[in-house]
Design a protein around this ligand. Structure first.
Ligand code: KIV
Ligand code: ZN
Length: 509
C-alpha cells in the first residue's frame, strides 16, 4: 500500500483567508495539534510576508519535532533567506519555493518570458538547496500552464535539487480527469521525476478540490496539500479531513493510506473553528454536526439493526466525543484530569486549574456534563487560564438587566493584573450595554462587526459558544470567542477575548 504524505497549509494558505487570521499563541497551539494529528509537513507561514509571520514560522519550527516544517518563498534570494532563517532550527526543515508558469501569470503578473522563468527556477532552487536538503518547488497555476513548458520547469527544478514537485490548481479551474491526466503526463515527461515526491495543491473554486486531489493520487501523486476544514483563499483549499477519510475509507480503491491519526481529526477541526470563530457548517463531510446524524425513520431503523446500513465510517473513528454523561458536580480535579487524559488531553497545571474552575461553575448550572462539554472547555482553555497574558483582562462578574419598555443596563467587573475595573452602561440591548460598559472602562473605541452564537451540545442546558468580530481603533479585525451555559456571559467573554487579542497586538492604543 502506497504512503501518501499530508502537507498541511492551514497556517499559511488557510490563514490567508478572510476572518481566519491567528495570533502567535494560537498558531503554536494549532501546530502542536497538527503534529498530534500526524501530518507529515506543516507549512507554517510565508516568512518574508511580515516580521510576525517570520516569528511564527520560527516559533513553530521550535515547537514541533515529528513533522517537517516548511516556509513559503517566492523565487528571490530575499524570500529564500527569510524562509531559511525561519525554519533552520526545525528538526526537519523545508524551503518551499514557487514561481508562476502559466502564460497569463508570466505575462501580466511576472512580466517574464518563458526563458527567464526557466532560468530563475534553476537559479533559485539551487540557491535554496545551498541551505537545505529538503526543497519543494511549486509551479503556480500549473493546471493552466502549457504542459511541455511545465514539464521543462519541473525538470529544471529537479536538476537544481528539488525533492518535491508541487502541482497547484491555483484557481480551482481543473476537473478531476484533467488533474489525473496532468499528473500522468508529468510522470512520463519530466526527467528524474521518479526520484522525487509529486504533490498536488487544489483550490475549491468549483467545489472540486478534494475530487481533483484524489484523482491526482490515483494518477501517482505521493503528497497532498490541504487545510483543516478546507479554509483558504476564496472558496478554500482541499479539506484535509475529507481527503484523509476518503483515502482511508476507500483504501481498497486507492491502495494507499496516510499517517494521520484519524481519531484526532474532529479535535483539530474544532480547535481551528474555536480559534478563528469560523463555524463548521452542519453538513460538512466528516466533521459537520449532521455528518453522523440519522434523521429519517428508515435510516434510524437500519442503523439500529446494523450501523453499516447507512454508515461508511463511524464517529468514534474521527474522534467525535460520545455524548454520554461523563462527570457531575461532585467530581474532583483528579477525576476531571483522568477523564481528560482518557480523551487524549494533557493539560499543564495552570490550564487544569482554569478548566476545573469553569467546570465547577458549569456543573452547578448544568445537570449533565458530557464529553462535548468537556472538549469545549478544553478548547477554550487559554481564555480560562488563571495565568492570562500580561495586560489582559479577565471577566470577574456581571449583572445585566434587559427587557422591553425599560432601559437595558449592564454592570461589568473586569480584572486587569492588580487593577479591578468596573463600569455601568445603558444600551439598546443586553449585549450593547455590556459591550459599551467594557469599551468605556478601557477607554476604547471598538466596533462590533459581527456576532454569532452556537450551541455546543444539544438540550435545553446546552453550552453556548459566542463569536464576536471586532474592529480595533487602528482598523485591524479581531475575533473573540467565549463559552458559557448563559448566552449573555458567553458573549461578554467573547468580547473580552477579542479585546485581549487587540491589547496583545498593540491595536488598542
Ligand atoms: O495556490 C497556489 O498556487 C499556492 C502556491 C504558492 C503553492 O498556494
Ligand atoms: Zn494555494
Amino acid at each position: 500500500m502506497k504512503h501518501i504524505k499530508v502537507f498541511d497549509t492551514t497556517l499559511r494558505d488557510g490563514e490567508q483567508s478572510p476572518g481566519c487570521s491567528m495570533n502567535l499563541a494560537e498558531k503554536i497551539e494549532m501546530a502542536k495539534q497538527l503534529e498530534k494529528l500526524g501530518v507529515d509537513i506543516i507549512e507554517a507561514g510565508f516568512a518574508i510576508a511580515s516580521p510576525m509571520d517570520h516569528k511564527s514560522v520560527q516559533a513553530i519550527a521550535a515547537a514541533v519535532s515529528s513533522c517537517t516544517v516548511a516556509s513559503l518563498a517566492r523565487c528571490t534570494k530575499g524570500d529564500i533567506d527569510a524562509a531559511w532563517d525561519a525554519v533552520k532550527e526545525a528538526k526537519h526543515p523545508r524551503i518551499h519555493v514557487f514561481l508562476a508558469t502559466s502564460d497569463i501569470h508570466m505575462e501580466y503578473k511576472l512580466q517574464m518570458t518563458r526563458e527567464q522563468v526557466l532560468q530563475r527556477i534553476s537559479e533559485m532552487v539551487a540557491y535554496a538547496k545551498g541551505f537545505c536538503s529538503d526543497i519543494e518547488f511549486s509551479a503556480e497555476d500549473a493546471s493552466r500552464s502549457d504542459r511541455a513548458f511545465l514539464a521543462q520547469c519541473y525538470a529544471n527544478a529537479i536538476a537544481a535539487g528539488a525533492t518535491t514537485l508541487n502541482v497547484p490548481d491555483t484557481v480551482g479551474y481543473s476537473t478531476p480527469q484533467e488533474m489525473g491526466e496532468l499528473i500522468a503526463y508529468l510522470r512520463k515527461n519530466v526527467a528524474g521525476i521518479e526520484n522525487v515526491d509529486i504533490s498536488v495543491h487544489c483550490h475549491n473554486d468549483l467545489g472540486m478540490a478534494v475530487a481533483n486531489t484524489l484523482a491526482s493520487v490515483q494518477a501517482g501523486a505521493t503528497q497532498v496539500e490541504c487545510t483543516v476544514n478546507g479554509i483558504g483563499e476564496r472558496a478554500g483549499n482541499a479539506s484535509l479531513e475529507e481527503i484523509v477519510m476518503a483515502v482511508h475509507t476507500r483504501r481498497d480503491f486507492y491502495d494507499a493510506d496516510t499517517r494521520i491519526n484519524t481519531r484526532q481529526i474532529y479535535r483539530s477541526s474544532k480547535l481551528l473553528s474555536t480559534i478563528t470563530g469560523v463555524p463548521i457548517p452542519p453538513s460538512k463531510a466528516v466533521v459537520g454536526a449532521n455528518a453522523f446524524a440519522h434523521e429519517s425513520g428508515i435510516h434510524q431503523h437500519g442503523v439500529i439493526a446494523n450501523a453499516q446500513t447507512y454508515e461508511i465510517m463511524n464517529s468514534a473513528e474521527v474522534g467525535i466525543p460520545q455524548n454520554t454523561l461523563v462527570l457531575g458536580k461532585h467530581s474532583g480535579k483528579h477525576a476531571l484530569q483522568e477523564k481528560l487524559a482518557s480523551m487524549g488531553y494533557e493539560l499543564t497545571d495552570d490550564e487544569l486549574e482554569g478548566v476545573f474552575a469553569r467546570f465547577k461553575t458549569m456543573a452547578d448550572r448544568k445537570k449533565n456534563i458530557t464529553g462535548s462539554d468537556l472538549e469545549a472547555l478544553v478548547l477554550h482553555r487559554r481564555n480560562n487560564s488563571i495565568n492570562v497574558q500580561a495586560g489582559a483582562c479577565r471577566l470577574v462578574s456581571h449583572v445585566v438587566n434587559a427587557g422591553d419598555g425599560m432601559p437595558n443596563t449592564a454592570y461589568i467587573k473586569l480584572q486587569r493584573e492588580d487593577e479591578t475595573l468596573e463600569e455601568v452602561a445603558i444600551g439598546t440591548g443586553p449585549l450593547d450595554s455590556s459591550f459599551k460598559a467594557i469599551n468605556r472602562m478601557l477607554g476604547l473605541d471598538v466596533r462590533l462587526e459581527g456576532f454569532s452564537l452556537n450551541a455546543v451540545t444539544d438540550g435545553e442546558d446546552a453550552i453556548g459558544e459566542a463569536v464576536v468580530k471586532l474592529e480595533a481603533p487602528d482598523g485591524k479585525n479581531y475575533t473573540g470567542t467565549g463559552l458559557s451555559t448563559d448566552i449573555i456571559e458567553s458573549s461578554i467573554r467573547a468580547y473580552v477575548n477579542g479585546i485581549n487579542k487587540m491589547l496583545e497586538n498593540g491595536s488598542a492604543s
